[in-house]
Write a protein that binds this ligand. Structure first.
Ligand code: BES
Ligand code: ZN
Ligand code: ZN
Length: 487
């Protein structure tokens, strides 16, 4: 999708169709040219309500206000409403909020690109990529004079971010037959090459040398050998060093503690944390942010077989801690344990964040649309939750407590890989991970369980059926915030 910015008044731009955002049900605004027709069609301008007037080639969409989030979903709904039409290019005016804040322009562009996403790689009949161009006029809703340079850099940022989110969505949506650990590593290498990053891939031999035995145990029964990916983005004068770690289970069958049939479907999405890390690396390197960012992905497939790891095994993690295996479906924390240890050995970071579709309990607790954020530090948790909300993602903090910590004790090893209680599973998984975070990093670590929003089997807001790219927007916002020196 090509975006063009122009000072030409909206009336004078030639395009197939115009999108008009109706703010706060205000059908008397000068932008609304078809009040009578809209009334006839029963359009009231409610949030996300659309009305396509083919006779005049105008699409109206409602937004409750000029704020960022409503504009984002309105723009996404507008693009979705145009799918299947023969319109190839669109014109739209500029919508700004507040005195200096241009946030709503950025979210409008995000909404167009995120809402325009579709995944049809496995359809024999491809849907034509209908909308080719969006022309944005500097003609402004509140008749403000707009700084063209500022606006065009905002549009570019929005485009980078939304494209990176769609990049993550594409990888997550790819089937386990086409996307296994080696393919994840190939994608990382290609990205590094394209965006001038360093990329180091650890194969089984190196993983053994690094004592990453819990990761190797999970991987053992798969025909696809594991990889650990380390991508590095190094700007000239970094203000901070950030480490990101992603769970990259290219398939989670549950292992010998096999998942029931209904629960196994969609488990290609268990690589979403790793794919989010790749998307974040893509965005920060394209935005040239002044923060050094390291992205680690533990890419593994959890399968069954004669040499599968078993309940009753005791594994030794990279940091020497021993783990009693009581359920092979709690594999993500094992892969992350070793990957977190490796990441901390390689890089001393100011912040370390991990992303994982770690527990069904997170989905039970907070629902499909929200990520849960955990860690030892209130400040770090709030930082992530705050940035997530500002980026258009939903996130909420879950608190650790010493009583739940006791439930992962083991009689025969340092800890068990599952809790002895049915409840609080997202938190006990987070507390398990905390055992693999060094003292130096613990205050500046957050674990983000994206099991809810990473893959949802229906459309929601600006997100499509399937992969949403959860984690990308929240973390890019956080890194942008660090780069700007605001934190
Ligand atoms: N990948 C799953 C978690 C998951 C569930 C992600 C649903 C997305 C949607 C994870 O590896 C898993 O199976 N966790 C178990 C842990 C249990 C055995 C303690 C779970 O949540 O049931
Ligand atoms: Zn599992
Ligand atoms: Zn899993």
């Amino acid at each position: 999708m090509n975006l063009e910015l122009t000072i030409t008044p909206i009336e004078d731009i030639k395009a197939d169709v115009e999108i008009i955002i109706v703010i706060d049900n205000d059908l008397n605004h000068r932008f609304v040219k078809d009040k009578k027709l809209l009334k006839k069609a029963g359009f009231g301008g409610e949030q996300d309500e659309t009305c396509l007037l083919v006779g005049v080639d105008r699409l109206y969409v409602g937004s409750s206000s000029l704020a960022g989030t409503p504009i984002r979903t309105a723009a996404a709904k507008a693009i979705k409403a145009l799918k299947g039409t023969s319109y190839k290019n669109i014109k739209v005016a500029t919508y700004l909020v507040g005195q200096k804040c241009t946030n709503s322009l950025r979210t409008m562009v995000e909404g167009f690109i995120l809402g325009g996403y579709s995944f049809d790689n496995y359809k024999s009949k491809k849907s034509k990529k209908e909308i080719k161009e969006i022309i944005i006029s500097l003609d402004e809703y509140s008749q403000r004079v707009v700084d063209i340079q500022k606006v065009s850099s905002l549009i570019e940022k929005a485009q980078i971010l939304a494209d990176a989110t769609n990049f993550t969505r594409d990888i997550v949506n790819t089937t386990p037959a086409d996307c296994y650990p080696k393919v994840m590593a190939d994608i990382a290498e290609a990205l590094a090459e394209e965006n001038g990053m360093e990329c180091n891939i650890l194969k089984p031999k190196e993983l053994k040398k690094q004592n990453m035995n819990t990761l190797l145990a999970v991987a053992r029964a798969s025909v696809h050998t594991p990889r650990v990916i380390h991508l590095t983005y190094k700007p000239q004068n970094p203000k901070f060093v950030i480490t990101l770690v992603g769970k990259g289970l290219t398939y989670d069958s549950g292992g010998l503690s096999l998942k029931p049939a209904d629960y196994m479907v969609t488990m290609k999405s268990d690589k979403s944390g790793g794919c989010a890390v790749l998307g974040i690396m893509k965005a920060v390197s394209e935005m040239n942010l002044e923060v050094e960012v390291h992205g680690f992905v533990g890419a593994v497939e959890n399968m069954i077989g004669g040499d599968a790891y078993k309940p009753d095994d005791v594994l030794v993690a990279k940091n020497g801690k021993t783990i009693e295996i009581r359920n092979t479906d709690a594999e993500g924390r094992l892969v992350l344990a070793d990957t977190l240890c490796y990441a901390q050995q390689e890089v001393k970071a100011d912040y370390i964040f991990d992303f994982a579709t770690l527990t069904g309990a997170s989905v039970v607790g907070v629902g499909h649309y929200t990520s849960s954020v955990m860690g030892q530090s209130e400040k770090t948790k709030s930082f992530v939750v705050d940035m997530a909300k500002r980026s258009g993602e939903l996130a909420t903090a879950l608190d650790f407590n010493p009583y739940l910590k006791k439930t992962i004790k083991s009689e025969i090893a340092d800890m068990s890989n599952i809790s002895n209680t049915r409840y609080g599973g997202a938190i006990t998984a987070g507390q398990f991970l905390s055992e693999f975070i060094d003292k130096d990093h613990i205050e500046n670590w957050a674990h983000i369980d994206i099991a809810g929003p990473a893959f949802v089997e229906h459309e929601w807001g600006e997100n499509p059926h399937g992969a949403s790219g959860a984690g990308v927007r929240m973390m890019v916002k956080l890194i942008e915030n660090l780069a700007s020196g605001l934190h």
